[in-house]
Write a protein that binds this ligand. Structure first.
Ligand code: 5GP
Length: 201
């Protein structure tokens, strides 16, 4: 097992994974963020290289051809991918890397790296998920219906995940996620180098 941990936060659209990801990063600034590549347009104040690397489909396909992604997927009509090099470099240095990606991407990473830790952020109910999707005000009716039916498919894949975090109370869900990451850091196999160093003192 590599000493660095790869933590994958995933779940249906509207479950709150983005909010949880950002809060966990604030609470654990030692963790490494991965900036994804996307073909969607920047929204609002988003900047290239901050929220995402914004690319054209041609540029994205070039990266796919050159094996530049750890995983990639089409999410509601746009491509998203995790650049491979940064994640691998950080893990080799023993860092904990956190990804926030869709369920298809999480499944790809789990099959390539079974030792990665996958966390599924679960909405408390479909009624509540629907309420949250409507509350965002960013999606049209058609898109809300699509997101809800996609969420049902994604939920049925829960067995791909090591942990399930129910997001009925946001601060509990953030605490649970932080605790999972801390416990993963404490796994014996991730601390072998440190123990060897201590024994040599
Ligand atoms: P948004 O466009 O709202 O920022 O993100 C849309 C969806 O894409 C979210 O579900 C987010 O988790 C997912 N996503 C963001 N980056 C990646 C990535 O690198 N790979 C995959 N598979 N999904 C991603």
């Amino acid at each position: 097992m590599m000493e660095g941990a790869l933590i994958v936060i995933s779940g249906p659209s509207g479950a709150g994974k983005g909010t949880i990801y950002n809060s966990v990063m604030e609470r654990m600034p030692e963790n490494i963020r991965s900036i994804s590549v996307t073909t969607r347009e920047p929204r609002g104040s988003e900047q290239d290289g901050v929220e995402y690397f914004f690319k054209t489909e041609d540029q994205f396909n070039e990266l796919v051809k050159n094996d530049g992604f750890l995983e990639y997927a089409n999410v509601f009509g746009h491509y998203y991918g995790t650049p491979k090099k940064h994640v691998m470099d950080m893990m080799r240095l023993g860092k904990t890397v956190l990804l926030e990606i869709d369920v298809k991407g999480a499944a790809q990473i789990k099959s390539k790296f079974p030792s990665c830790v996958t966390i599924f952020i679960m909405p408390p109910s479909f009624k509540e998920l629907e309420r949250r999707l409507r509350g965002r005000g960013t999606d049209k009716e058609e898109s809300i219906i699509k997101r809800l039916s996609e969420a049902k498919c994604e939920l049925s894949q829960y067995k791909l995940f090591d942990y399930i975090v129910f997001n009925d109370d946001l601060s509990d869900a953030i605490n649970d996620t932080v605790n999972i990451i801390r416990s993963e850091r404490n796994r014996t196999l991730r601390n072998e180098n440190k123990i060897k160093q201590l024994l040599e003192e």
